[in-house]
Design a protein. Structure first.
Length: 292
């Protein structure tokens, strides 16, 4: 395997009609990459979906595998993983991209593809990934396949927002083919369709200790940054005020900034900044326009 993988056809494994079913090439290549001369002690597939993993291990002659998911009544949030293993492959829902209750033809309140907030989805996914990591034998691997999501103009990176359990052995980009959106024309010419997935391979290298990484998102007011420039402060104020503003309005917006509080001549600095830069244009005395 290399850091970018691409399979034009999904292969003969599993149900092709099962939406979101990953290519069996992924599972087959992972098994042959990490266990080239022997089968894993035990192979566990979580979110087994349309049966792809079962077909792959059957072809490879692996008989000590376990395939878990709501399709067989196994609840990833509530039920334990019944065996320790040295290799787990998981392919969770990508939030609510595919509603799997319609694939299974049954509803379950713990389905990760139910309609829920993104934050709730990440919280539940973290619980499942923690459970998978805990079940691994020391030296075992968890291969995790997931995609990015765009909703209402916002881009959601699941791998960025979820917790990482263990050491990252590999980060592989998988190209997507035959997506429902492939033939869709977008009115926004700057729109970039998502045509890739992320395959992360984590390794457990200590029985008790675990390396845990998580992302914290915080909101800051740029006016309180130490290293923001006077030009950037004035530009932000002008944008906030609709592109045209009186000097007193700019004073009011910038006066409480960290930079202004540290400079007793901050009003003079604002006037100097307005006069120095070409993208600030005077309209009349005390009135300025932002030149884009």
């Amino acid at each position: 395997m290399k850091s970018i993988i691409s399979y034009q056809d999904r292969g003969k494994w599993g149900k092709a009609s099962y939406r979101g079913n990953c290519s069996g090439h992924v599972i087959k290549d992972l098994l042959q990459q990490f266990f080239p001369r022997s089968a894993p002690k035990r192979f566990v597939e979580v979110f087994s979906g349309g049966g792809t993993g079962q077909d792959v291990v059957r072809e490879l002659g692996i008989t000590n595998s376990v395939h878990l998911g709501l399709n067989i009544g196994w609840n990833a949030l509530k039920d334990e993983i019944p065996y320790g293993s040295d290799f787990v492959f998981s392919h969770p829902p990508y939030w609510d991209i595919v509603r799997y209750e319609f694939q299974r033809k049954s509803y379950d309140p713990d389905d990760l593809s139910n309609v829920m907030s993104y934050e709730e989805f990440i919280e539940k996914l973290d619980k499942v990934n923690a459970k998978i990591y805990q079940s691994l034998l020391n030296g075992g691997y968890h291969a995790f396949l997931v995609g990015d999501v765009r909703r209402k103009g916002r881009y959601y990176s699941i791998i960025k927002d979820m917790a990482w359990f263990g050491n990252l052995e590999s980060h592989i980009i998988k190209m997507q083919h035959n997506c429902l959106s492939d033939n869709k024309e977008y009115a926004n010419n700057s729109f970039i369709p998502i045509v890739h997935e992320h395959l992360l391979v984590f390794k457990k290298d200590h029985v008790w200790m675990v390396q845990l990484k998580s992302t914290t998102t915080k909101t800051f007011d740029l006016r309180q940054f130490n290293n923001i420039t006077w030009r950037d402060l004035v530009q932000g104020a002008m944008e906030w005020l609709g592109g045209k503003a009186k000097l007193e309005q700019i004073y009011e917006l910038i006066g409480g900034s960290k930079k202004a509080r540290k400079n007793k001549h901050w009003r003079e600095k604002i006037r100097q900044t307005l006069q120095m830069h070409d993208n600030f244009v005077p309209i009349e005395r005390g009135l300025w326009r932002l030149q884009y």
